[in-house]
Design a protein around this ligand. Structure first.
Ligand SMILES: [Zn+2]
Length: 71
């Protein structure tokens, strides 16, 4: 399950949200949609477009970048 870290620009809080499919996340504090995704702690493994666009050389490992798996 992809868990993304967001920052709400309205109430200025950071929070993590489980995102299902293409569902848009909302701020759990103010329910606002003015949020920006933080890229720091996110695993991109489940974002299909990332792996399908360059999946040939690195399909057998879980790394999002070949620098960490030795391929
Ligand atoms: Zn908010």
């Amino acid at each position: 399950m992809p868990i993304f870290e967001y920052h709400c620009t309205k109430c200025n809080k950071d929070f993590e949200v489980l995102v299902f499919g293409k569902e848009k996340a909302a701020c759990p504090y103010c329910n606002g949609k003015k949020i920006t995704r933080l890229l720091s702690t996110v695993s991109h493994k489940s974002e299909g477009e990332f792996t399908s666009s360059q999946g040939s050389s690195c399909t057998s490992c879980n790394a999002t970048s070949c620098s960490s798996c030795g391929h």
